[in-house]
Every structure is written in C-alpha cells, then in structure tokens.
Design a protein around this ligand. Structure first.
Ligand SMILES: Cc1cc2nc3c(=O)[nH]c(=O)nc-3n(C[C@H](O)[C@H](O)[C@H](O)COP(=O)(O)OP(=O)(O)OC[C@H]3O[C@@H](n4cnc5c(N)ncnc54)[C@H](O)[C@@H]3O)c2cc1C
Length: 472
C-alpha cells in the first residue's frame, strides 16, 4: 500500500536512485526523520529495471565498478557496504571475464588484475611504459574521492607522462564512456576516480543484475525506518530568506523540512527554485549534453558460441577517439559493447543479451514524431551492429527481441535535461547550492556510476545531516 505523504520531516531527499537511497539509509540508521520522494513509480533512477514482453531488463547496468575481494577493507565498495551495513555476500558478485579498449589496429585488454593492462601497454607501446608506470604510481597515491581544487583537464595532465596520443586515446576511451559529461576530455579529479574504479579495481556484476542491489537498498532503508513516497514529484522547492524550507509536490501538497538533499541534478534542482535561479542555471547554459542510445538485443544462443568472450568492449572506428554529441541522431564511430552474461557464475536473466551503447544527439530525439522515432531506433540497431563487426560477431541473424532506449527515455524517466547521463560539467564537491539548506548528491556532486552515486549519498548524509553522529 502506498505510504501517505507526511506534512513534515527532518530531511527530505529528492530521488530514489542509488544516491538518494544510500543517503536515506544512512540517515534512517541514525534515527533521523527522513523522507525520500520520487516522481516515478519504480526506484533506481538511471539504474532501474522494467519488463517488456514478459522479459526482464535492467535499464543501465553494464558493470558494477570498484570490484574488491571479500575481506579487503578501506576500498570504496567495502566502505559503502560497511556504512550501509550490507553484507558482502548479499551482492552475489561475479567478476568480469575480461574487457578491452579497441581501435581498428590496436587494442588494450584489461581485467580486474591491473598487471594485464600494464603488460598490454608494455607490449603495444614499449617506449611509453616508463611514463605509464610513473602515472600509475601517481594515481595509486591519490585519495579515492574527488577533492575540491582548481579544475584541470585530464589530457593536459596525461601529456606530462605519455607522449603517444594513441595510448592516451586508448586509456581515455573507457573512462570517457563511463563518466565524462565533457566532449573529448574529462576533468582530472573525475579521471582519477574512474581510473581507480575501472583499471585498478575493475568490473563485477551482481547475480540477478540491478534488481539485487536495489532490493538490498530498498529493504535496508525500510527496515531502518525511512519513509518512501513514489509517484511524488517535486514541482517546487519552497524558499524563505535564501533558504530551502520545504517542497510543493506535483499534486499541490506541501512538505516542510529542515534540509533537502537533491539527486535530481544541478540544473534540474535549480529549475525548481523559482524563475531567477532557474534562468541562471538554464540547461542551455549549464547542462551536460553527453547522452546515449542503447540497443539491448536478446539472442537465441550465447555469444560464446559465436566466438566472443569479452565482457565489455569499448570501441572506436576512426584513427582518433570520437567522444562528442553527434550531428545526427546517433553515431556509430565509437561506443560500448557489453555482454552482461560474461561474468563469473552468472546466468542470462532471460535469453543471452548484448547491449550496444552509441552516442546520441541531445535534442534530436526529444520531439520526433512517433513513426520517425521508431524508425530511428531501428536504424541505430541496424547501423550500430554493422559498425561493430571489426570488434564483435554479427548477432543480427540470432536476435530474438530488441529494446532500445534513447535520450528521450532517459529524460522521461529520470528528469535529466537532454537525457544527459553524466550530468553537468559543473560539479559541486561539497554538495552546496545557491540556497542554504539545499544540497546536491549523486552525479552532480562529482561522483559517478552506481558505486560513486552511493558514496556520494553517504558522504552528503554524513556531512550535511548527521555531522558528528556519523563519524563512527
Ligand atoms: C544507459 C546507462 C548505463 C549505465 N551503466 C552504468 C554501469 O554499468 N555502471 C555504473 O556504475 N553506472 C552506470 N550508469 C550510471 C549510473 O546509473 C548513475 O551514475 C547513477 O545511477 C546515478 O544515480 P543518482 O542517484 O545520482 O541519480 P539518478 O539515478 O538520476 O536518480 C535521480 C532520481 O531523482 C528523481 N527525480 C528527478 N527529478 C525529480 C523531481 N522533481 N521530483 C521527484 N523525483 C525526481 C528521478 O526520478 C530519479 O529516480 C549508467 C547510466 C545509464 C543511463
């Protein structure tokens, strides 16, 4: 039964995605009066799940990054589990079989053992290995979490260690695809976080996919006494003297609170704060524009039978790395091929699957007439699978069912402007906004991906709601 919407709470969290749920658990565990509201009927945000034609789909899960073995302490994933009091075994993780960053004439394989990547660099770029070693030593010393500082772009810093632009492109390809809101490059702090989570730690997948993680988070939140109201969109953040004091929901109901933590995104949150802030943070000025089309194909046989054993292939078909919003609705010149069944101990959720992610135009899909929208999705599937033939087998003859999501789907189900997956290029490491008592968590605080979003929720709950109580 749906929970009645209360008229007040101590902290209100906008969004029941990974960051909102993690923040909520942390607060509820300390007896804080916390309420999460979300506009949608299902929790999970960018990483939710659904059923189509009786088949279960995950929205976004390619990989859980930051893999650690059981018992390893002090790493991002072990810290999250400890802080949320979730046992390691409950995630039922299977490690990746192995992934690659591939251009037509050169590739680098990598796995959850950093030595594989190092040996590939030594073999393909022998003149660069000393610089690569110096770079990896530097990065290993960095803290796991982004810190505030003067923004500098990764390509500028990488040039101090590596002189071959092809090696830089190969190393950047997976990192940009898994976290950059900026075309061609990424801010250095985000690069460091992603380097650690992709290359030093690596990929795993929970048995059962994203449903396993979300069920753990939702149950933990409810057991701890947190309130959750789905189908409850925030239409406006109520303000007084430069402070946030509550929200008005889409149906007009008001909830008063002492503070708000929003995972809706920077421009999306400021759009709720009255015309002046909405204009200052207008999407055209501040929103990210990196967004994607993803085709999920269900096959009549395992990909292994077609000779493909990679877990994730980040591919680029041209000489230099292509990572910018395309001029056309989608581009096939680079992308991600993910085989979600290629993890230890995993079985297909239904039929074997292949997920193909391509860059998409941030506006073209939004107002397309339905017939054209359907035709463009079909075109993306056909052209995309033709383009990846140098990197993966032709799955088209074996495909039983296809579902494709677009920037329009992402915008509709998560409210993110332009369907931008990695938020705004402008991050807020302290989570502060132009209004007192209104804080950000999640992607626009500067933490990326599922693990990043959960870390962000925990950090912002500790910092802005729990204070000294959370230092235990
Ligand atoms: C296609 C795709 C693939 C991905 N693959 C991976 C992957 O393999 N591994 C990985 O680690 N990460 C992946 N990600 C990224 C990951 O999903 C996100 O970084 C993470 O889920 C962000 O969580 P969040 O809580 O910050 O925000 P969100 O998930 O965006 O949650 C925000 C929530 O706020 C709600 N909301 C917004 N506005 C309002 C409002 N006005 N009122 C009420 N509610 C509102 C939304 O409905 C949403 O539920 C992927 C993302 C996509 C789209």
């Amino acid at each position: 039964m749906a929970q009645p919407v209360p008229s007040s709470c101590e902290t209100l969290i906008i969004g029941a995605g990974m960051s909102g749920l993690a923040a909520g658990i942390r607060m509820a565990m300390y007896g804080h009066d916390v309420l999460i509201v979300d506009r949608h009927s299902l929790w999970g945000g960018l990483n939710s799940f659904y059923k189509k034609a009786g088949r279960p789909f995950d929205v976004g899960l390619h990989a859980l990054t930051n893999y650690v073995d059981k018992g390893v302490r002090g790493r991002p994933l072990s810290r999250i589990l400890r802080q949320l009091r979730i046992p390691y075994e409950a995630l039922q993780l299977g490690q990746q079989w192995g992934s690659e960053s591939a251009f037509p004439d050169v590739k680098l394989e990598f796995s959850n053992d950093f030595e594989l990547l190092r040996s590939q660099v030594a073999a393909e770029f022998p003149n660069e290995i000393d610089g690569f070693d110096r770079l990896s030593r530097l990065l290993a010393e960095y803290p796991d979490l982004p810190t505030a500082g003067i923004p500098v772009m990764a390509r500028t810093r990488l040039a101090e260690y590596l002189s071959d632009p092809r090696l830089v492109d190969l190393l950047l390809l997976p990192i940009l695809y898994y976290g950059s809101p900026t075309p061609h490059d990424i801010e250095w702090q985000s690069f460091v976080v992603l380097w650690k989570s992709l290359y030093e730690e690596g990929f795993a997948r929970p048995r059962g996919g994203v449903r396993t993680i979300l069920a753990l988070l939702r149950d933990r939140y409810r057991e701890s006494g947190g309130g959750l109201c789905m189908n409850s969109g925030v239409a406006e953040i109520l303000r007084s003297d430069g402070r946030a004091i509550g929200v008005r929901l889409d149906d007009g109901q008001e909830i008063r609170c002492q503070r708000i933590l929003s995972s809706a995104g920077l421009v999306e949150t400021m759009a709720l704060c009255g015309p002046e802030l909405a204009a200052e943070y207008a999407p055209a000025k501040r929103a990210g524009r990196m967004t994607f089309v993803e085709c999920i194909s269900l096959l009549d046989r395992p990909l292994e039978e077609l000779g493909h054993r990679k877990t994730i292939t980040f591919f680029n078909t041209s000489e230099r790395l292509a990572y910018e919003p395309p001029e056309s609705p989608f581009s096939t010149t680079s992308g991600v091929i993910c085989c979600p069944d290629h993890y230890e101990g995993q079985e297909p959720q239904h039929e074997p699957a292949l997920r193909l992610t391509l860059r998409a135009h941030p506006e073209a899909w939004m107002n397309m007439p339905e017939a054209e929208y359907a035709a463009q999705k079909e075109k993306a599937w056909e052209a995309g699978h033709a383009a990846i033939l140098p990197f993966a087998p032709d799955i088209r003859p074996y495909t039983q069912f296809v579902d494709t999501f677009t920037p329009r789907t992402i915008a509709r189900f998560t409210g993110h402007a332009y369907g931008a997956v990695y938020g705004s290029p402008q991050k807020s490491p302290e989570g502060r906004t132009a209004l007192e008592h209104l804080f950000l968590c999640g992607t626009d605080q500067g933490f990326l991906g599922i693990v990043g979003a959960m870390l962000s929720g925990i950090a912002m709950a500790n910092q802005h709601a729990l204070g000294a109580a959370a230092s235990s």
